[in-house]
Design a protein around this ligand. Sequence first.
Ligand code: MFK
Length: 636
Amino acid sequence: MFACRLPWWRSSVTCKSWQSGHFVPWGSCQMLTVKGVNTTVGQEQQAGMKEKQMLEDSEMHLTRRDAEALFQEQPKTGNPYLEDTLLQSYLKTHLPLKVLEEMHQNLERFGKRLLNEIQPLGWECELNPPVFRQFDAWGRRVDHIHTCLAWRRMKEISAEEGLIAEAYERRYTHWSRLYQAVKLYLFSSSSGGFSCPLAMTDGAAKVIESLGIPGSLKNAFDRLTSRDPEMFWTSGQWMTERRGGSDVANGTETVARKQPDGSYRLYGFKWFTSAADSDMALTLARIADAEGQCTQGSRGLSLFFLRVRDEQGKLNNIQVQRLKDKLGTRQMATAELWLQGARAELISAEGRGVAAIANMLNITRIHNVIGAVAAMRRMISLSRDYACKRVAFGKLLKNHPLHVQTMARMEVQVRGAFLLLMDIVRLLGLTETNLASEQEQLLLRLLIPVAKLYTGKQASAVAIEAMESFGGQGYMEDTGLPVILRDALVLSIWEGTTNVLSLDVLRSLAKSQGQVMAVFLSTVKKKLELASGIKELSPAAQRAQEAIGSLQQFMTNMGIGRALSMELAARDFSYSLARIYTGRATREPQSRGMGWVGRDLKAHPVPPCHGRDTSHCPRLLQPQCPAWPWALPGIQ
Ligand code: MFK
């Protein structure tokens, strides 16, 4: 089923004309520029053709020589932890020394493993996407999703490295969550898509933990958080049905029928189930009453746990209809599933399914942010290395100020996003260890959708910009760069689209009756006051203050209660929150001098006013933030 989607270098059927170095459009293969192809043309013509071929062959010799001289040096990156100066500076600035020492050692080791073992496996996952086999040779329905060896190895490595376990063992108390996020961030762009099942696995563990780990779910929790590859389970999150994935309350048709033993059987069609090879899943369904009737809307939804297969590997009354043919994340099996009486356990209060699964959503949304920051970092690292090798117009790219300025703009994007991510996982860690104040919990609730929606857009824009920095090479499949772009494009779609998350920002405002906004503003202002006292940062802090002023003005004029106007402004409003918050983070005194340009480009600092172009600021802030520097095309 994948054959028609494969790029030429992955296809076993290659046009010989292409192999010979002479590309011939399919329609003109009859013209006999290809050796050894029988044709219907006459002998005379054939002789002429032979002569022509010889001429072409001699020309080809020269062409080949020329082509060899045109080769570019491949961009390479080293240990991703050691090369990430911003990450290292952040850890140094924020972590207690003892914790830092332990983490540093482990991250250095992990970085080496990523480079030598995990990156090649990730590429193998890309080259060997899952294959679905519905029937065996004897006509028996098997619905087997075959995943490659490298994919299965990723699962083992995830357990060995404690990529989920780390967050739940809490050996570094509230820093454990941050540590886990750092490992996932380093892992993400080498993981061959395995970060997706890990996101849902983490989300499922979080839901079970938040339910107090009931006895019936203890085994599942232990497995989701295990470091033993033999024990480790991954989880799916089946929310999307054929009527849509955003409006879950109205789109969910799956029905749950209670069994005499207290368990349930689920009947329905799940239209987009990521990582369908997972061991278990959390899913929503409507419980049918004695008459078979269900409550519609959000209040009719309950949350269920189910095993996908039994111990013998037999599907739990589930049929796989087909695998999805996606633009990206092709390494991962996303399937359409029929639930035909799948045995499941009710794990939320009846009718509280959405609220219960929100715990999972908030975790997977954080993973989405991790994926976005990681994709940007990877593209920029490669681009940076290339700029130190590629000569154009008589000098290295790194010596062209315009090129450096373009890279600087991307770097500012990823820096802001990284610091936002770190703040979120720091707050999550505090919340999970009961150390967070009420204000910090509110701030976390607001920042998750803000960060998810904003970094999702940033990742696509930065990936496209970085791809361009390689010229035509960036567009070539076998450089691996298009894979990163394709995989980044989904980040603003799944786990809630930009608009759905903008509305979630409003939901958090409404639910806290505006309290969350007060916390946001006071947090940002406090940090900016610190920056104002530092000469070098004070002009930027001043501009951020002005942006906050205009945001407050907007809210006063609007009034949170005016639902329609607020809905129309939701996206711009959320972008403004993201920009103000990341602006605050990048202007913290600790964030200065974190060596963003890296080893080879240090000689080329960012021009002081890199880009005063305001045309991409959200309308709300445009006139008031003339120096908002990190607006990229595509983020509007
Ligand atoms: C690299 C990363 C990899 C990630 C891989 C993941 C792959 C998986 C692919 C997928 O599964 S994609 C599908 C993901 N689906 C979504 O993200 C759903 C998008 N839609 C929404 O988020 C809607 O806003 C939502 C379904 C939540 C709307 O549902 P409702 O029922 O209309 O919402 P309602 O009635 O406002 O809220 C119900 C309850 O949930 C309320 O609680 P209360 O009843 O106590 O007041 C809300 O406060 C609560 N709630 C909703 N969203 C919440 C939340 N609570 C906390 N946080 C939230 N985000």
